[in-house]
Design a protein around this ligand. Structure first.
Ligand SMILES: *[C@@H]1O[C@H](CO)[C@@H](O)[C@H](O)[C@H]1NC(C)=O
Ligand SMILES: *[C@@H]1O[C@H](CO)[C@@H](O)[C@H](O)[C@H]1NC(C)=O
Ligand SMILES: *[C@@H]1O[C@H](CO)[C@@H](O)[C@H](O)[C@H]1NC(C)=O
Length: 166
């Protein structure tokens, strides 16, 4: 009887913790423009602590901006007469890759509040590069999605950075 009660209590505690985590994640993600993408990133966290949610966010933001910067740089090589507009996207992602890399080092040094300043400092011009150019092999310019994901990462780092440092 006692053991059953213990199991029951343990299950209850676990499901309450899980519900709280999901509530925190929902709270964060509904403040971004892509709830599904945000949820997918936070689902990769190793624990539901805010610090681990921030960890997975800064880690994934850096990884994806690095990939995107590499990708758009290769598009520039054969951009032809689209070169000026592609170059602007390359420049934007050079800045973003460096900002997200800085955010990752700030996280690793426990300087969470500075991540917020860094993200606030990213201008919308950096986040939204013009996408009216063709990318060979794609019907829809993949940079449209990358720009949206970047905006979500900037928002997530601001929101979770604020939660961790307050
Ligand atoms: C962040 O996450 C990585 C990978 O899960 C882990 O190795 C690292 O220790 C974490 N850093 C902190 C400060 O929690
Ligand atoms: C993004 O930034 C990191 C850190 O500075 C750098 O190592 C990496 O090469 C950059 N990515 C690209 C595609 O240049
Ligand atoms: C914010 O942006 C300004 C102007 O671009 C720059 O001088 C400053 O160093 C930036 N601050 C941070 C914390 O990135």
């Amino acid at each position: 009887m006692y053991r059953i009660l213990l199991i029951f209590l343990a299950t209850l505690v676990c499901s309450v913790a899980e519900a709280n985590t999901q509530q925190t994640v929902n709270e964060i993600c509904k403040q971004t423009i892509d709830i599904k993408f945000c949820n997918g990133i936070l689902a990769k966290a190793t624990s539901p602590s805010l610090k681990d949610l921030l960890n997975v966010t800064v880690t994934e933001a850096q990884r994806i901006s690095d990939d995107t910067y590499f990708f758009i740089s290769t598009i520039l090589l054969n951009a032809g007469n689209q070169r000026p507009v592609v170059q602007k996207c390359v420049d934007a992602y050079a800045v973003l890759n460096s900002s997200f890399t800085d955010a990752l080092s700030l996280f690793n040094s426990g300087r969470y509040a500075e991540i917020i300043t860094l993200m606030v400092n990213i201008s919308s011009e950096d986040v939204i590069c013009e996408t009216d150019f063709n990318v060979p092999g794609y019907n829809i310019n993949p940079m449209i999605e990358k720009n949206r994901e970047t905006k979500v990462f900037v928002a997530m780092e601001k929101i979770i950075g604020h939660m961790v440092s307050s």
